[in-house]
Design a protein around this ligand. Structure first.
Ligand code: NAD
Length: 331
């Protein structure tokens, strides 16, 4: 049955999208990938890959033509550095992408549509301490997300709900909590904390200079979820009949200092941490997985240490390759 199902993954040139394409191909789906760029680190495994700017309605119509199910991952996004410095760009681009993709899906008779939201939709005032209470799905309201990125995600969640209620498009909404792994952005300003820590540890190992910069005091907390668990969770949610937003993440919280130490352990070195000024986001954030377990009968399986070691090994190879190309180790 699944052999005949034609699915679209938007953002298929990105980190989670490219992994999801491979996962869906392995399940036997016919997969169309769409993005403004090809995947950076390996060729897409999609049956068809279209380069399209999804801010434009007519491109969204092309992308969703003949498609039964959409996994909507395309977004202009990055780590804290990018998200906290590009509010207008993020709100503008992501609003256009999501309004047009969702509406084109309706126009083309798509049956099911999964939207990838974020833990960034949760109110700031629930995340002011490092030993924060894990966030439940219903904590989203009354709404007060931190950045334009979170506001746009929350509005698109509502849009999905209303398209389901008013037009019968069967939507699913997943809220990711810090996904990481191989073939994610690891340098250039859009990378997230796990990739940044692995890169810094790899450079420290290669240069012999073991001091590492950390934004803030490093006591801010997060949970981190490995990519294979992420794509498994996305698929399980898509196949479920659960239509409300659902957290998808690990519920083990660590400080950024601890994350840096784990990256250093993966590199087999000890590091000295320099705490410098920089964007830190909320003080603490963790996922409450009660509903995830209830709805999917499953939760993420890969430990942070195991996932980070695999990620570190891949990033170390990237750093070595970049070093060979430029003749110097990039920072
Ligand atoms: P990513 O940046 O690697 O992938 C997003 C992709 O969207 C990129 O390849 C980008 O080129 C593409 N894109 C941007 N503008 C586009 C446009 N106008 N038209 C077509 N494609 C466009 O990010 P990711 O980590 O793979 O995230 C995937 C989704 O999950 C995003 O919606 C993101 O907001 C969400 N999310 C991710 C995380 C995380 O920890 N990685 C956390 C919360 C939510």
């Amino acid at each position: 049955m699944s052999e005949q199902t034609r699915v679209l993954v938007t953002g298929a040139g990105g980190f989670i999208g490219s992994h999801l394409v491979t996962y869906l191909k392995d399940k036997g789906y016919w997969v169309r990938g769409v993005d403004i760029k090809e995947p950076e680190f390996s060729a897409s495994t999609a049956d068809e890959f279209m380069l399209l700017d999804l801010r434009r309605w007519e491109n969204c119509l092309k992308a969703t033509e003949g498609i039964e199910e959409v996994y909507a991952l395309a977004a202009d996004m990055g780590g804290m550095g990018f998200i906290s410095a590009n509010h207008a760009l993020i709100l503008h681009n992501n609003s256009l992408i999501n309004i047009h993709t969702l509406d084109a899906a309706r126009e083309n008779g798509v049956k099911r549509y999964l939207y990838t939201s974020s833990a960034c939709i949760y109110p700031e005032h629930l995340q002011e301490t490092a030993d924060v209470v894990p966030l439940k799905e219903e904590d989203a309201y009354p709404a007060y997300p931190q950045d334009a990125y979170g506001w746009e995600k929350l509005v698109t969640e509502r849009l999905c709900t209303h398209y389901r209620e008013d037009y019968g498009l069967d939507t699913r909404i997943v809220r990711f909590h810090n996904i990481f792994g191989e073939e994610g952005t690891w340098t250039g300003g859009r990378e997230k904390a796990p990739a940044a820590m692995c890169r810094k540890a790899a450079i420290a190992k290669l240069t012999g200079d073991h001091s590492i910069d950390i934004w803030g005091d490093g006591e801010q907390t997060r949970s981190f979820c490995y990519i294979t668990d992420c794509v498994e969770g996305i698929y399980r949610l898509m196949r479920s009949d659960f239509v409300e937003p659902l957290n998808l993440g690990q519920d083990r919280m660590v400080t950024i200092n601890e994350l840096a130490d784990m990256a250093a352990a993966s590199a087999g070195i000890e590091i000295k941490k320099n705490h410098i000024d920089g964007p830190q986001g909320v003080r603490g954030r963790n996922s409450d997985n009660t509903k995830l377990r209830e709805v999917l009968g499953w939760e993420p399986q890969v430990s942070l240490e195991d996932g980070l070691k695999k990620t570190y090994d891949w990033i170390e190879q990237q750093v070595i390759a970049a070093n060979k190309e430029s003749g110097a180790v990039a920072s």
